[in-house]
Design a binder for this molecule. Sequence first.
Ligand code: 7RM
Length: 635
Amino acid sequence: MDFQIKSIEQYHNVYKHSVEQPEEFWADIASQFLWKKKWNKVLNWNFKEPYIKWFDGATLNITENCLDRHLAERGDQPAIIWEPNDPNEHHRILTYKQLHHQVSMFANVLKHNGVKRGDRICIYMPMVPELAIAVLACARLGAIHSVVFGGFSAQSIADRIKDAKCSHVITADGAYRGNKDIPLKSVIDDALMQCDSVKKVIVLTRNRMPVSMIKGRDVWWEDEMKKMETLHEYDCPAEEMNAEDELFILYTSGSTGKPKGVVHTCAGYMVYAGYTFSNVFQYKPREIYFCTADIGWITGHSYIVYGPLSQGATTLMFEGVPTYPDAGRLWEIVEKFKVNILYTAPTAIRSLMQSGVEFVNGKNLDSLRVLGSVGEPINEEAWHWFNENIGKKRCPIVDTWWQTETGGIMISPIANVTPLKPAHATFPLPGIQPILVDENGVEIKGNGVNGNLCIKFPWPGMIRTTYGDHERCRTNYFATYENLYFTGDGCLRDEDGNYRITGRVDDVINVSGHRIGTAEVENAINAHTGVIESAVVGYPHDIKGQGIYAFVICEEDTHEEDLRRKDIGMTVARIIGAIAKPDKIQFVKGLPKTRSGKIMRRILRKIAEGEVENLGDISTLLDPTIVEDIKNGRI
Ligand code: 7RM
């Protein structure tokens, strides 16, 4: 692509231009995508409402950019390489032609099952190529996908389906994940008992675990595809979408109890995902790119599906987990497919680091050229381990900071361009204008400072609204500080202007790179019988980055404590999903509250961290003696 930055001097020039002439800058980049109609105006905006429109007046379909436009030049090159959970099962390769064909056929399946432009479609699937096919088929028809990660519970799915009033669900009988079989369809059946908006469920065969199929509602993916063959419904014209039509909804946790449906729109998201993918990883034609995320998270949307495919890349999709059958699995995959670019999460690196280098030894990792990290702050120890043992000190590590709401990478080194500093995301990408502010929203200028990270100018990939509740989008992101997008992250800027994101400053815990709201977990714990009140905080965890520590007040009961802990864990798993189970539960008699009844989380955080000496001023507490009790009962 013509927009790849090749040197640090060029980066500085491009960056300067992107800030001084943002519309000109983005128009140049956007013109390298495929449009049905060009825009009238590159950008209209205010952060007050917020009102954000990129490429207004333009029309396009993102799947033509991800599929059709590559057919002539690289139709026979692999678009998706798929590696199964079980190393003994055969891998699959879909060329651009084959992927285009499958997406078109499945889009026709959706059409025949009543899916129309603008409908919301819930996707709850394992990491198989059909998941990418389902996502792209929705986009081809202009239906809005809402992918829900396979680890969420029936209740969480139901909440998301109801919030978006989804008309269809695409799922599979079950999933393989490590040595477990996960009953996806049965979880969907439980969820659908609460959802009347869903008219049809399309079920892919994966592990063929027994499923109940309801007449008139449930159909098999394979049967429907066969029907399309018989009807010769091979082609599916791509809907002509407006630039700002909604492309997808992805739910994410915030500081309130209810996850928000982050909305991304067609044109801006496409341009931003494609541009950042190409630049950050410096992708070259025919390279094999492997992102270990799940498509259920934003990283999978932007950097397994849309970013790489929009650039004609080969994207490797892995169904399993890094530790199955053993901790050498990722390195085996790198060796098997001669992976050039590996993009993974600090939590995976730390867990593989703990398993020991014997799982790396003997694996040929010579193909690797660029390494990437995403999802949480990477600690220096993990950074060096990754650099030495995987990159053999010859691969740059791009520590990419971004969020579900930003759509794509915001602050990150550009591989082989930006000088690296371990555990630092370094510099903003072109078009991104970060600033640090204090509690009052006053800008903290200069270097060697830290503050709350905000962005002061729009970028094409940014959140447009929270589904069904624009006001929530405003209060969450644009109301804390006037005229700024607030990220919720704390951040340092070193003497040389390198950014280092230190973690959330709100009530969000980042567990293994997954965002979990403390309020959500508290609500789930409080739903457990006998629980009177609870307070949840994060604490440093060797592998997960942060763990979940719950302080719980219970009524007297006869069950022994450990059993009660497990029961509470079950309740949380049922309401949110296993990913939100507290790592530690401490039963307490009371919580540290101010006279106005607010829980002082600062104190609980310190106790959870094991820092029991310097708790700061506790004199404003209603009952300071409670703190002693809690300290003594620490686990
Ligand atoms: C892509 C993604 C977003 C939150 C974000 C941060 C944290 C992500 C980094 C990071 C330090 C990084 N989206 N975060 N990347 N912190 N360095 N390179 O993870 O919406 O799920 O999470 O993750 O706190 O606000 S997300």
